[in-house]
Design a protein around this ligand. Sequence first.
Ligand code: BTN
Length: 259
Amino acid sequence: MTLDNIQSRLPDSRWRVQLLEEVTSTNTLLKELGRQGAPHGTVLIADRQTGGRGRLGRTFFSPGGVGMYFSALIRPDCAPGELMHLTCAVAVAMCDAVEQAFGFRPQIKWTNDLVVGKRKLGGILTELSLDRQQVGFAVIGVGINCNQLELDFDESIRPMACSARMILGERVERSVLAAEMVKSLEAMDLSDREAMLRRYRSDCMTLGQRVSIHRGEEIRHATALDIDSEGGLVVRCDSGDIATVTSGEVSVRGLYGYL
Ligand code: BTN
């Protein structure tokens, strides 16, 4: 992956890409740049991260040379409540990007995991910075496994992880993916929420599945029915209640493990 190889694929883009060798976390660094005034469309990509972060305070293992560690800063002009669906929009955009770059389309495990078969290909961590009740900026962080082989993954996640290389049987060019990710995010239309949610529902493998909902120590079993207009997961609990789960502090799993 080189900056030239990425930029040569983006002749019409107004976004500005920087490629770094090593950072703690592209999201952490870009949030700092955002506070210093970095403009809409600033993109940071790193070859490796020493402190990659996932949702719910988890670590995102980010070894050098094999993964895509990507963050983009956007400055939408709206209230935070209007952005509840941002992670959903990003997930659909990332399915488009992987499909354009590598020729296969991942599915989405609600809310923010990209999966192929029963394994995780990547994840999304969106972070908002507020300024007087408005969204000052949002940092969209995306990690995608590209050239890992099965044994490259830590034993603890090995049965649940996959990479583009494992799916295609050959190494992939990360610059191609990076450019498609920029194109998809730059083209993302947050104003047409219903159209985006239709696409999200069609990519979301969680719908129709039996799920367990983990909130702290509490676990509830349910069937996933729908995605609501805020991107929440509508479920029928085994008690018969219909409930909507929001992504915040909750993790949703299939009954038999990750999916
Ligand atoms: C998850 O799976 O919970 C989300 C993972 C998000 C990882 C990406 S890698 C680039 C960016 N920098 C980070 O520290 N995290 C995101």
